[in-house]
Design a protein around this ligand. Structure first.
Ligand code: IPE
Ligand code: IPE
Ligand code: MG
Length: 250
C-alpha cells in the first residue's frame, strides 16, 4: 500500500508539486446536461463540450504522473435517456476512439474499456478492441473508460463467473475471498481508486466502482464537467492530500 505524505491542513499555499499524488483517480463526468441548459443549448451540446473536457483532463492527469485514471462516461442506467441523446453520446465515443487510434500512436497512455461491451454494435466493438490492442504495451497512465458500466452489473458478472468455476469443480467455495472478487471484476490487476471526484455537486456514487471504492476518498465539486479545468483537479488533489486515511485503523 502506498505511503501518503500528509499535507498539513494549515497550509493554504500548497501546489501539486508539494504533495504525494493519488495513484488511481476516478472521475464521474457529470453535469453536461445542466451546463447546456444554462446556455439554452440542447443537452447533446453539453456532451460535446464534456468530451473536450475529458480529452484535456486525461492528458493533464497523464502529464502530472497519475498512474491510473478511470472516467465514468456512460452507465448501465443511462440507456433510459431519450434516443437522440444516447445516439449523440455513442457518436462522441466513436469519434474519440477513431481519433485515439490515428492521432495517439506515439502516446504513452494505455486505453482500456470497462463495462459490458457485448451490447455495442460490431464497428464500435472493433474500435474498442483496436484501441486496447494498439495501446497495451505502452508504459504510461492506464486510462479506463467506463462505458455501459455499472458497479452492480460488474459484481453480478463476477458472481456468475465464480459460480460457474465452483459448479465445474475448478474452485472450492472455501477459497472465495475478497482478492478473488477483485481479480474477477473489470479492473483486475489494478489498484483501487484512492480519490473519486464528482463534479456537478451530486452526493452519490450512481453505481460507479462500488467494490473498488471501499476506501476511496470522495471529492464532490460544484463545477459542471464541461467547465472543469486542470485547476479544479489540482484543488481536488490538494484536498485529498489533507485527508487522513485510516483504512479502519487508528
Ligand atoms: C454526464 O452528464 C454525462 C452522462 C451521464 C452520459 P449528464 O448528462 O448526466 O448531465 P446532468 O447531470 O444532466 O447535468
Ligand atoms: C452518472 O451520472 C453517470 C455518468 C456520469 C456517466 P448520472 O447523471 O447518470 O447520475 P444520476 O442519474 O444523477 O445519479
Ligand atoms: Mg447527470
Amino acid at each position: 500500500m502506498a505511503i501518503f505524505k500528509k499535507a498539513k491542513k494549515s497550509d493554504d499555499n500548497l501546489s501539486i508539486k508539494d504533495i504525494v499524488l493519488p495513484e488511481h483517480i476516478g472521475i464521474i463526468m457529470d453535469g453536461n446536461g445542466r451546463w447546456a441548459k444554462k446556455r439554452g443549448l440542447p443537452r447533446t451540446a453539453g456532451h460535446t463540450a464534456g468530451a473536450q473536457t475529458f480529452r484535456r483532463i486525461a492528458r493533464y492527469c497523464s502529464d502530472i504522473g497519475i498512474k491510473y485514471l478511470t472516467v465514468y462516461a456512460f452507465s448501465t442506467e443511462n440507456w433510459k435517456r431519450p434516443k437522440e441523446e444516447v445516439e449523440a453520446i455513442m457518436r462522441l465515443f466513436k469519434d474519440y476512439m477513431i481519433e485515439a487510434i490515428t492521432d495517439f500512436q506515439d502516446d504513452s497512455i494505455v486505453v482500456k474499456f470497462i463495462g459490458d461491451r457485448t451490447v455495442f454494435p460490431p464497428d464500435m466493438l472493433e474500435l474498442i478492441e483496436k484501441n486496447e490492442q494498439d495501446s497495451k504495451d505502452r508504459d504510461g497512465m492506464v486510462l479506463n473508460i467506463a462505458m455501459n458500466y455499472g458497479g452492480r452489473d460488474e459484481l453480478v458478472n463476477a458472481v456468475k463467473k465464480i459460480a460457474l468455476d465452483v459448479k465445474d469443480g475448478k474452485l472450492d467455495v472455501n477459497t472465495i475471498d475478497a482478492q478473488l472478487i477483485s481479480d474477477s471484476i473489470y479492473t483486475a490487476g489494478q489498484p483501487d481508486p484512492d480519490l473519486i471526484i464528482r463534479p456537478s455537486g451530486e452526493y452519490r456514487t450512481s453505481n460507479f466502482l462500488l467494490w473498488q471504492s471501499a476506501y476511496a476518498e470522495y471529492c464532490i465539486m460544484d463545477v459542471l464537467w464541461p467547465d472543469f479545468k486542470s485547476e479544479d483537479l489540482d484543488k481536488a488533489l490538494i484536498e485529498f492530500a489533507k485527508r487522513n486515511r485510516r483504512f479502519g485503523g487508528v
